[in-house]
Each structure stands twice: as structure tokens, then as C-alpha cells.
Design a protein around this ligand. Sequence first.
Ligand code: CA
Ligand code: CA
Ligand code: CA
Ligand code: CA
Length: 355
Amino acid sequence: MKGAAFVIALLAACLQQASPPAKVSATVETDPVPNDGDAADDPAIWVHPDDPSRSTVIGTDKQGGLAVYALDGKEIQYLKGAVNNVDLRYGFRLGGKSVDLVTATDVRNGRIAVYRVDPSTGKLEPAAGREIRPSVPIYGSCMYRSAKSGRYFAIVASYSGDVEWWELFDDGRGKVEGRRVRAEKFPSTVEGCVADDELGFLYVGEESAGIWKFGAEPDDRARPVLVDRTGEGGRLTADVEGLALYCAPGGTGYLLASSQGNDSFVAYRREGKNEYVMTFKIEAGGGVDGVGDTDGIEVVSTGLGERFPKGLFVAQDGDNDRGNQNFKLVPWERIAGAGERPLKVEPGWNPRKVR
Ligand code: CA
Ligand code: CA
Ligand code: CA
Ligand code: CA
């Protein structure tokens, strides 16, 4: 009996391994970026403080600039200056006011671009004082707000495998200044990253190898742990690209990853040892083409009005059917209901209240 039970368990494990990816489709796509070729890269989602339907998607065009889109996909701003990755955090004290801060990696000029969001328009305004220039060849980036200290960081990942923490602060004249407070090194190129402000973890994608997890605090010295790997024994197919965090109460939710090599997305539990949850693909549907060769992704659990009442997942599309690359927007409930077991849906989550 023992032997039979073992065989059944093994078969079940094999079947689970082989279960095909779930399929969803997008409901909205953004305007294409102005530049052709591999240009669109990474999104961020800004949640409006009072009217969630006026939230925006901020998307990078690594050949030329940074775009802001309304939730119907229409471009409302395009700032020149090629940037690769973008992220944001709420409630940064600047010039005596609370502002929403956006940082992006200006790869060509080797600097961290800094903006603030004008909440009345959703548009971005430059906010950097002195140029913030990491010494490593910057590529990816994300932000971290420490629940422990209330301090804000732009974390940059580089072609050389280096990761640097830059603490951001008011320079005394209402502009943002930065100082390097920590550095780590991985064997090869790192790009996508995401920080869990509440639980104090940083996840970094080593493109050819997998997803690393370690403490996000500047003084944390614990060794990184591999959450998942590319190739045999892993759920990822290189390159590992964007990483994003779906937050639910009690430190639960999901870590999402762009598995570029097989045009799919992988979900893990946010809590504990980041157990594998599901794999999904975004296929054509409702007049919006499918998504492939994805670089950056982003997700919010917050309900964003009529179009995305139960949260929003955004993915860069490497091959847009109508024009240059763009970003595809998928209502979270489609992803939550697509797998064998339903995922959490927490539209009441307020990212501004994470403290
Ligand atoms: Ca690409
Ligand atoms: Ca991003
Ligand atoms: Ca990459
Ligand atoms: Ca496509």
C-alpha cells in the first residue's frame, strides 16, 4: 500500500508539473510607445488618492522616454529621456509636503531619474536635485520604503550583477538627493526587482538564473535564498524579467514573475517560502492581442473603478499587433479565476496605508 501511495503521489506531482498554463486576456492596451524596436519595458501603477478610476499606468520607453497612461490606455504625458525600469512609493516628505515619488533608471546617462506625481493631473514633474549616479552600469530598479525606519530607497540592479541601495531624502531645498547605503553582487546580470515594504524583503531577478530573496533593510546581512530557478527543476524560462507583488492583508498575497523565455507569468505565495501557485499566459481576446516576450510587469490589488474594480495587472508586450510595443492591462479577477484554485481578490487594499 505504501508503494502504491508513493506512485500515486509521484503521478500527481508529475501531472501538476505538466498542467498547462492558465489563459487570460487583456481588456485594455495602452497607446504604442513612440519608438520602434524593443522600446517599451517596464510599468508602474499609480493609485489616485481619492478617485481610483483616475489612477495611471506609468510605462518606460527605453529608446526615448517615460509615458503616463490613463486607465483607458490613452497617453496623457510623454517625458523625453530614455529610462528602462520605473517604480513608485507614496507619502515621501519633500519641501514640507507629502508627495508620491517615482524613480526610473536612465541607463544611457547612468543616473536615477526622480519625479513626483501631480495628483490633480496624474502627470509627472522632475524632482531630482543633484544628479544621483550609481557607480555600476545600472539597468533595472525598484523602490523600498522601510516599515522599520520610514526611510525610502531606490534600489538599482545592473548588467554587472551589482545591486545598490540609494537612500532618498530631501536635499533641504525641496528636491530629492540620494546616498548609497548598501551594495550586493550576483554572478550575472540582474534587472527586475520588487521590494515587500511590509515584510522587509527584496526579490531580484538574475536574468539567466532565477529569483533571489533577501532582507531589504540596508543593514541586513543574511544570505540570499533562491525562490525559483530557470531551466530544469524550476518554473521559469530565461530570461527572468519583471517582478511584482500582489498585496493582501496579513502579509499574504502573491509574488509574480515574467518568465520571458516561454511568454508566461508565474505566481508564488508572498508569504512563507514563496510556494509555487500557478502559471498563466495572456492570450488574444476582446480585440486586444496576446502578450509575448514580456519585460516588465506590475500589479495592484486595489480596485481602480469601473474598468478594474478588483485590481489590475499590467504587462509589457514585446510584439504588439498594431504598431510599436505597448502595455496590456488585465483585470485581476480574470487571473484570480483562471487557475485550478482561485487566487485572493482584495480590492479594498490601500497601498497608501502601508506603514
Ligand atoms: Ca524586450
Ligand atoms: Ca516597475
Ligand atoms: Ca532584461
Ligand atoms: Ca502581442
